[in-house]
Write a protein of this length. Structure first.
Length: 331
């Protein structure tokens, strides 16, 4: 009888002990945290505040980097030809979600994977460039935040006309490698007809061509310059704004970083705000949402920034009514 009791106790205790051991082992094993692979244009020196905005968005949602979430940041350094290689690396690293900046980067990410969710930031025309099926139903493994805004090009030209009313010809600097630049140029040409100016399109497919581009602008007798959105241009913003000042040509840019260095003025979407909002998409996907079911968000926040030092350098006076509308004035 005693032997039977011992066997019975043992039969009860053994599973309990095994379960306890399993719980202890599981508790001792490090919990797998989600990994984000960030495919970024430019370099930390000129776009780190975008990353800071994304981190801020993660913190707002309760994530702690390197504790509850890991992010691998890869920078292209202004070289679009590196995106394919970088995207392939993130696939090999088995990240859970891609975060990508710009049309060229998201195209590379799409070629690299059809299964890993991709959240894009600052893509000008995601439908027209074939990245998604529609803004409401992106389809596939891609969604994110666009910079779509057909009135932006017209607003930039209007601002140039306000600071220099006799403008008749505006040079437009674009990167033809960027799939969206043709659509942006077309928007600018439509807006130009509305405000009564001619457009001189100037292509810069390689940063080594900036000197030639500004020589062409000078020969074309452009009265002002509009620089179209492109992450590569951001990497060379000092060189571009230097040349604009050297040629004493009023220039308007798409990103405030040009102006915060030494550019004249900028009007465009707040890219930092888009990066902060991107954290919301990442959070939803990590919690089970499918990218195809997350509508692409269009921009809500635009910024107008003016640099009075740059204006003085080229002998230009910014009218008070224009300054009054600026979100930020650098004196």
């Amino acid at each position: 009888m005693k032997g039977l009791k011992k066997k019975l106790v043992a039969s009860i205790l053994c599973p309990v002990m095994l379960l306890a051991v399993a719980v202890i082992v599981e508790a001792q094993q490090p919990k797998k945290i989600p990994r984000i692979g960030a495919l970024l244009s430019g370099s930390p020196s000129n776009a780190e505040h975008y990353v800071d905005a994304f981190r801020h968005g993660l913190r707002e949602l309760g994530y702690v980097e390197r504790q509850t979430i890991a992010v691998e940041y890869l920078w292209a350094g202004g070289r679009s030809d590196r995106f394919d290689e970088m995207a392939a690396k993130l696939v090999r690293d088995k990240v859970d979600v891609f975060l990508v900046w710009g049309t060229t980067a998201v195209t590379a990410a799409k070629h690299a994977t059809t299964t890993i969710p991709i959240v894009f930031v600052a893509v000008g025309d995601p439908v027209g460039s074939g990245i998604i099926a529609s803004l409401a139903r992106p389809d596939g493994n891609v969604t994110g935040l666009s910079t779509l805004g057909t009135d932006v090009a017209g607003k930039r030209l209007e601002l140039l006309k306000e600071i220099k009313p006799r403008i008749a010809r505006v040079a437009v600097l674009r990167n033809p490698v960027n799939p969206v630049s043709a659509a942006m140029l077309n928007e600018t040409q439509v807006a130009a007809r509305a405000v009564g100016v001619q457009i001189q399109a100037v292509e810069v497919p390689d940063p080594a061509e900036f000197e030639n581009a500004f020589s062409a602008i000078s020969r074309g007798r452009a009265d002002a310059l509009s620089v179209l959105g492109d992450p590569v241009f951001l990497s060379y913003r000092m060189q571009i704004s230097d040349m604009a000042a050297k040629h004493r040509i009023p220039a308007i840019y798409w990103d405030s970083q040009f102006v915060e260095t030494q550019g004249l003025m900028s009007y465009g979407v707040s890219i930092a705000d888009l990066f902060r909002r991107a954290a919301t998409y990442v959070d939803k996907i990590l919690k089970g949402a499918k990218p195809a079911e997350l509508p692409v968000e269009q921009p809500k926040k635009f910024e107008f920034v003016v640099n009075l030092k740059a204006a003085k350098q080229i002998g230009l006076t910014i009218p008070p009514n224009v300054l009054a509308r600026a979100d930020k004035v650098i004196r």
